[in-house]
Write a protein that binds this ligand. Structure first.
Ligand code: SF4
Length: 101
């Protein structure tokens, strides 16, 4: 029997010790909302048009299913059928591919 999944608290900057925030870590630069938008626009330009809606849905942060799907699509070169044909059962996302949800 698998152990029950532990629910992580929502990532809320108020809950994070200021010294533990990523921008405090050496070698990590701060991402402002403007940087984030620019990074996403740049990434979106590299994604086939037909796959872009799933990434937009994932970036809203309200759909884990969309986030998993987007990750899998990137993994297989944006070929939707290839996600279903994934041959990596050891991947942590394998049980959560769209055809399994
Ligand atoms: S489940 Fe398969 S397609 Fe999805 S991220 Fe893992 S290896 Fe890639």
């Amino acid at each position: 029997m698998l152990p029950k999944a532990r629910r992580e608290p929502p990532l809320n900057s108020a809950l994070i010790d200021p010294d533990d925030r990523p921008e405090s870590a050496p070698g990590i630069t701060t991402s402002s909302p403007t940087d984030l938008d620019a990074a996403r626009r740049k990434r979106l330009a590299q994604i086939p048009v037909r796959q872009r809606p799933i990434f937009l849905r994932a970036w809203k942060g309200k759909s884990r299913k969309a986030a998993i799907r987007a990750f899998c699509l990137e993994c297989v070169g944006y070929e939707s059928a290839e996600v279903n044909r994934c041959t990596a059962p050891a991947c942590p996302l394998y049980p959560y591919r769209e055809d399994r949800l």
